[in-house]
Design a protein around this ligand. Structure first.
Ligand code: MN
Length: 433
């Protein structure tokens, strides 16, 4: 799994990459960018720069499968590259690593295709045909379930079924896109009939996003042993949630308008190769929990299918900004707390023959850890709004207010390995229209 592209001592001639918190040469995440007056195309983040992928292929700086992978991004989305599968993506990584390394014989030619990230516009990395949100954060499921069923927080299916729902692809937006507070039907217990108006209990959800690579034909399932090879990469995902609208609308069919007003993702696709050093065993299930059914069980997936990735949620409010105070750390969690692996999502989703397509997006579900400081939503942190958070500015928050900004941050670290990050995933809430 690990090769010379992961070597901790590897450095790039792009000086800003060396020691970069997110994008050292060991990361090489893929995205879609444009510069003023040019069309959208694929790029790779290296330090504070973006390298133009189709231009490298056009200039014959790449050959074979790596050139095919780079050229596939010329259409302005990564869907065609995702469809090529793992081999060409891995060839591209190896070639980019060599081209960008310190001492690269091609440095002068490569430099012509580097742009400062501050000068480019980033776009959604893929045309998202379908977006599915899972519910695999078991601490979150227990914390939320406890608010409604104190003695029996998890429903009987939870430990057998990777629970999910079909989300809305059209309203997935890139980091930095401000969203208006949604309006909808609200019916607090104190009122006898619902009213339509701005959400009063607006929340975020800290999630891992999963990009689907090669898909499957309708009617064909993806075996759990092959499932990981259908994942093209990962991102951060904020599943904004209108809790009051959700509480009224969700029975009996589940989330709908409380979720579909917006989902924010980070722009860079962090490849499975970049995350290889941070793979860990799936945590053993507690005594008494059922084993996953055979179609969800694979020894290799259990041995290395989970990811050790630290996740932070930060809140910036108008009051903090006004006083020059830093953002408030709402929670610090880790993807290792997920009850199901990404490969299990793929095997389950396709287990009925449902066809997945390149560029489909999954959300993991809110990733809360076991302690209160690791909760991934305000619903949990404030116990449904009953216990407000007090900020250094003197402000209080039960749920999000207009002007609040949520930042998600991911960081993978391990001794003897170059750490990597995901780049930013942030969004501001504007007043309801
Ligand atoms: Mn969610």
């Amino acid at each position: 799994m690990l090769d010379q592209t992961h070597a901790p001592g590897l450095r790039s001639f792009v000086a800003s990459a060396n020691g970069h918190p997110d994008f050292p040469i060991q990361n090489l995440p893929l995205g879609i960018f444009s510069t003023v007056g040019t069309s959208l195309r694929g790029g790779v983040a290296i330090g504070d720069s973006v390298l133009d992928l189709p231009a490298l292929a056009d200039a014959d700086l790449l050959t074979g499968a790596a050139a095919d992978a780079a050229a596939a991004t010329a259409s302005g989305s990564l869907n065609a590259l995702f469809a090529l599968g793992a081999g060409p993506r891995q060839a591209l990584r190896a070639a980019l690593s060599a081209l960008l390394a310190e001492g690269s014989a091609k440095q002068a030619q490569v430099e012509k295709f580097l742009y400062p990230t501050s000068d480019v516009t980033l776009h959604l990395p893929a045309r998202i045909g379908d977006y599915t949100d899972f519910y695999a954060g078991i601490q979150h499921a227990e914390n939320v379930g406890r608010q409604f069923r104190p003695d029996n927080p998890l429903l009987p299916n939870y430990k057998y079924v990777p629970i999910g729902y079909h989300g809305r692809a059209s309203s997935v937006v890139l980091t930095g896109t401000a969203l208006h507070r949604p309006k909808g039907q609200r019916k607090p217990a104190s009122e006898t009939v619902p009213s339509y108006g701005p959400c009063r209990n607006l929340d975020y959800e800290l999630e891992l996003g999963i990009w689907i690579g090669q898909g499957n034909a309708l009617g064909e399932e993806i075996a759990i042993a092959d499932a990981a090879s259908h994942i093209a990469g990962y991102c951060l995902l904020n599943d904004w949630s209108a809790r009051d609208i959700q509480g009224w609308e969700y029975q009996p069919l589940g989330p709908f308008l409380a979720k579909s007003f917006g989902t924010t993702i980070s722009p860079w696709v962090i490849t499975p190769e970049a995350l290889a050093p941070f793979r860990i065993a799936q945590a053993p299930r507690p005594n008494g929990d059922p084993a996953p059914l055979p179609y969800l069980w694979d020894e290799a997936d259990q041995a290395g299918g989970a990811i050790d990735l630290r996740l932070d949620v930060l809140l910036m409010t108008p009051g903090l900004k006004e006083k020059g105070l830093p953002p408030h750390l709402l929670g610090r969690s880790n993807t290792k707390h997920l009850y199901w692996t990404p490969a299990q999502f793929v095997a389950h989703h396709s287990g009925n023959g449902c066809n997945l397509n390149p560029g489909d997006l999954f959300g993991s579900g809110t990733i809360s850890g076991p302690s209160e400081s690791a909760y991934g939503s305000l619903l949990e942190i404030t116990n449904g709004g009953r216990k407000p958070v007090t900020l250094a500015s003197g402000e209080e928050r039960r749920f999000l207010e207009d002007g609040d900004e949520i930042f998600l941050v991911a960081r993978a670290e391990k001794d003897g390995v170059a750490g990597i990050g995901f780049g930013e995933c942030r969004g501001t809430i504007l007043p309801a229209r």
